[in-house]
Ligand binder design. Structure first.
Ligand SMILES: Nc1ncnc2c1ncn2[C@@H]1O[C@H](COP(=O)(O)OP(=O)(O)OP(=O)(O)O)[C@@H](O)[C@H]1O
Ligand SMILES: [Mg+2]
Length: 330
């Protein structure tokens, strides 16, 4: 098959006026290379499409049978939906979730409201447009302050955990000013952090549950922040499976599968939780475009710990996408 690869890579020379993590969600050339190599090793012809406006011509020129989409898109809370929406318009099959799922999951307040409406516990939160609009009432401290629609810990720092309204206001000013979007202020859950990898459709399956355990601080203070992700070898230990009671792990898996279904995820996703003092998994966010960098992305690390090679991970994601749709034979 001819497989198109839609992706955004980090610019070599980012503009100075943007925050240091402005392109944190984008992939490295190395990751794109690993994915191309894996798809070639599976016997496919791979065409690099990029993801900007030039993708329209690239699609017309290359005429792929299916597109493997890892594009994060450019700007706004619908950015991850741009490429899939275009592919739907052009009637080209693609790997992964559809535009609606990519929009509702990128917007954390929307995803949390949906999860809560179906009874999945998620920390209480409020959103603010600016520091002037901030009002610290009604939430239990500490809280965490994050951009309302980003990923890869963009806009999440060690200082994002705020112990009082004054600190929270400062972080709301940082998020709304530097990232030009609402800040979500959410009650901080101080227990273990876990991420769940899921693959497939009707029914999907859990690949693994992995605890991200801090090496240098306690869970009470731990934030899987930009600083930590950039120095992960020294800062965190990945435990897969985690040393949690069986009942808690079963509940994490139940919530992850329920939220995957509720939010309409397809083919692959990663869902993050923190476990509260009562052992209840609190939904943090869902990533239908999880990083696929081997040895660095949480999903490939988890797959590896569960005995699944990078090649079989990519092969399984692609085959779930193929079995959902009619792909023409050449
Ligand atoms: N309510 C919360 N309570 C405790 N910690 C939280 C909470 N929300 C976020 N965090 C911490 O901040 C980190 C980043 O938050 P979140 O997962 O929402 O952001 P992200 O940038 O979308 O992450 P990803 O890299 O998974 O895309 C989490 O991994 C967790 O350590
Ligand atoms: Mg996360």
């Amino acid at each position: 098959m001819r497989v198109g690869l839609a992706y955004n890579v980090k610019p070599a020379d980012p503009p100075d006026h943007l925050p240091e993590d402005a392109f944190e969600e984008y992939d490295s050339e190395a990751t794109v290379g690993h994915l191309c190599d894996a798809l070639s090793a599976l016997g496919h012809e791979v065409v690099r499409l990029g993801a900007g406006p030039g993708i329209v011509d690239a699609l017309r020129r290359s005429d792929p049978d299916i597109v493997f989409n890892i594009a994060e898109g450019e700007g706004g809370r619908c950015r991850e939906a741009h490429v899939p929406a275009l592919l739907e318009m052009l009637r080209i099959p693609y790997v992964g979730s559809d535009p609606l799922t990519l929009c509702v999951t990128l917007d954390k307040p929307v995803a949390k409201r949906l999860a809560a409406s179906e009874g999945f516990p998620t920390p209480r939160f409020r959103t603010f447009r600016s520091a002037d609009a901030f009002c610290g009432d009604g939430l239990r401290y500490p809280v965490i302050v994050k951009p309302a629609f980003e990923g890869s810990s963009k806009g999440v720092r060690l200082s994002s955990r705020a112990v009082d309204p004054a600190q929270a206001r400062e972080m709301v000013a940082f998020v709304t000013g530097a990232y030009r979007q609402d800040a979500i202020v959410e009650e901080f859950i101080a227990g273990p952090e876990v991420t769940v990898g899921l693959l497939g459709n009707e029914p999907p399956r859990v690949v693994g549950v992995m605890e991200i355990a801090p090496k240098t601080v306690s869970n009470e203070e731990f934030v899987y922040s930009l600083e930590v992700k950039r120095d992960w070898e020294n800062q965190v230990e990945y435990r897969c499976p985690p040393p949690l009671p069986t009942g808690v792990i079963e509940e994490i898996e139940r919530c992850a599968l329920g939220i995957y279904d509720l939010l309409g995820c397809r083919d692959f996703s990663r869902i993050d939780f923190r476990i509260d003092a009562d052992g209840v998994p609190q939904f943090i966010e869902c990533n239908p475009l999880p990083g696929l960098s081997p040895g660095y992305g949480d999903l490939p690390i988890m797959a590896d710990r569960m005995g699944m090679t990078y090649l079989s991970l990519i092969s399984e994601i692609l085959s779930h996408a193929l079995s959902r749709q009619e792909v023409r034979a050449r």
